[in-house]
Design a protein around this ligand. Structure first.
Ligand code: SAH
Length: 507
């Protein structure tokens, strides 16, 4: 298992300061014995212009077994151990994360007794891990690292065997991260995210794991759009611990925001309560279902209509397959929060050409929305009065007319399964309605028929045999080209409200 950290510098700010930051002298190779083997730290290069520190962990499978830590829940040797023994001893994993925290403890804590000013400074960093087990592949690597301030996140799949490309890729990626960060921040991200990507934690989960997670997540995890997935995987999918972690992260997130912002966030959280239901995994399921459907549709230019705080926009940005991403919402406050989340202001040029946030209302046709591959309406329709739905229907399916439209909405039948929801209550105060599966299918079927789309339904979340899934998703597709205009015009559109949206009428 191998990881390198490099930095560049100048005579005034030498790269060899990395040695101070890591508390390891660049001039010598050192070995440390850890609970799982031996960790070697050495510097393949150490000059003022460029300095690289390498951490090499030699795993001792015998030590692993002796400590009883190579066992899965049932006491059988787990897949992770099998892999160290048989397969890929050089793969980075949770063991590397443990070694990292042992060998670079002070650096992780942002402490440097000799040069206390150093840890406070961001510097150009390059992290490389040649073989990183990544369950979820390059796409998940991007979702995890893209929001963390790196200029470059590269995750290349490692082929199973270079001689036989037809065998496909292994579950390993070569990871490269480059950007201006504080070293402690970079190390803390790796400490949490390596085991999350590995997804095969090798030791028992104790309650103080939540404390460790929050400490290592200080400054980046609370606002991370994937903090649900990160917490759940880091805590080996332990439900109660995950929920505990997420509740505490939410408090951190609110505390991190200053005065006026707290109020904004509070309201926004409230506004999106349905999408942020605790425990969070439903929001994660929903995003995964949406991403899978967009991928299956081969969409590159995507609208997120009613984008809220921009979580989905952010996830899409992480995947280079999406060349143009437009988030639209009626709420300026939500858009401001989205801009903050995406760091629009500080975004590099290449990224910023891919994303746009628009203020607008789905109750009006809007020319800016024409000609896209796909549109997503995630938990949006239920926020409109039923009388406004025909207008939304025309704006999306009649006027904007993307090839694929994804609509998600709560399945009201599932509400009996929410422990905290009093009988007969909607999931959120601002829901104007919540539909049964039959009601949603009837609406979607009519919409599809009126506008020349086919529609399919996908359950999202645990599909209960009796009451169905918590979230229902309709996938609409049409074969005709967006510019094609043989779809119903406003005049022949049977608008039940009598409101005929005017072409180009935008909020
Ligand atoms: N799509 C996000 C947010 C859902 S909350 C998610 O899945 O997490 C619903 C969002 O729809 C809110 O941000 C709200 O401001 C927005 N919204 C409500 N009515 C709207 C309208 N008429 N036009 C555009 N957005 C609207």
């Amino acid at each position: 298992m191998f990881l390198t950290i490099s930095t560049t510098g100048s005579p005034e700010r030498p790269a060899t300061d990395l040695g101070f930051l890591l508390h390891k002298h660049p001039g010598k190779a050192q070995a440390f014995s850890t609970s799982h083997g031996t960790a070697h730290v050495f510097y393949p290069e150490a000059a003022a212009e460029r300095c690289t520190a390498a951490l090499l962990l030699e795993v001792d499978p015998v030590a692993l077994v002796r400590r009883g830590q190579g066992k899965g829940r049932g006491g059988a040797p787990d897949a992770a151990l099998a892999q160290y023994v048989n397969d890929r001893p050089y793969a980075a994993s949770s063991l590397l994360a443990v070694a990292l925290s042992g060998v670079f403890r002070s650096a992780l804590g942002g402490k440097c007794a000799a040069r206390p000013e150093l840890p406070e400074q961001a510097r150009p960093l390059r992290v490389e891990i040649p073989a990183l087990p990544a369950r979820g592949g390059p796409e998940l690597v991007h979702r995890l690292f893209d929001p963390l301030g790196w200029d470059l996140v590269r995750a290349e799949p490692v082929p199973l065997d270079e001689r036989f490309p037809e065998w496909g890729d292994s579950r390993y990626v070569r990871l490269v991260l480059e950007g201006e960060l504080k070293l402690a921040d970079a190390l803390r991200q790796l400490y949490v995210l390596l085991p999350v990507l590995d997804d095969a934690k090798h030791y028992w989960i104790a309650p103080d794991e939540v404390d460790k997670l929050l400490r290592a997540g200080d400054g980046w995890l609370a606002a991370h759009p994937e903090n649900g997935l990160i917490s759940s995987r880091y805590l080996a999918r332990h439900k109660r611990l995950t929920q505990d972690a997420l509740e505490r992260l939410e408090l951190v997130r609110l505390a991190e925001a200053d005065g006026s912002e707290v109020e904004e966030l509070d309201n926004a959280v409230d506004e999106n309560r349905d999408t942020e239901e605790r425990p969070v995994p439903l929001a994660v399921h929903r995003r995964d279902a949406i991403l899978a459907a967009l991928r299956a549709a081969g969409a590159a230019r995507v609208l997120d209509l009613g984008c809220g705080q921009g979580q989905l926009v952010q996830a899409l940005l992480g995947d280079p397959a999406y060349t143009e991403i437009v988030g639209m919402d009626v709420s300026v406050r939500a858009l401001n929060l989205a801009a903050k989340r995406l760091r629009l202001e500080r975004m590099g040029e290449r990224q910023s050409t891919r994303v746009r946030l628009l203020q607008g209302s789905l109750a009006y046709t809007d020319k800016r929305l024409a000609g896209y591959d796909a549109a997503v309406l995630s938990e949006v329709i239920e926020h409109l009065d039923p009388e406004r739905l025909p207008a939304l229907e025309y704006a999306v399916f009649g006027s904007a007319r993307p090839r694929t439209v994804l609509v998600t909405t709560p399945n009201v039948e599932y509400n009996v399964r929410w422990e905290s929801l009093p009988a007969g209550h909607a999931r959120h105060g601002d829901h104007r309605f919540e539909w049964t599966r039959a009601e949603f299918r009837a609406w979607a079927g009519e919409v599809a028929r009126r506008h020349g789309y086919a529609v399919e339904f996908v359950p999202v979340g645990d599909d209960d045999p009796e009451v169905g899934p918590p979230t229902q998703m309709a996938v609409f597709t049409t074969a005709d080209h967006p510019d094609h205009s043989d779809h119903p015009k406003p005049s022949d559109h049977p608008d039940r409200t009598g409101h005929t949206p005017k072409e180009g009428e935008a909020a």
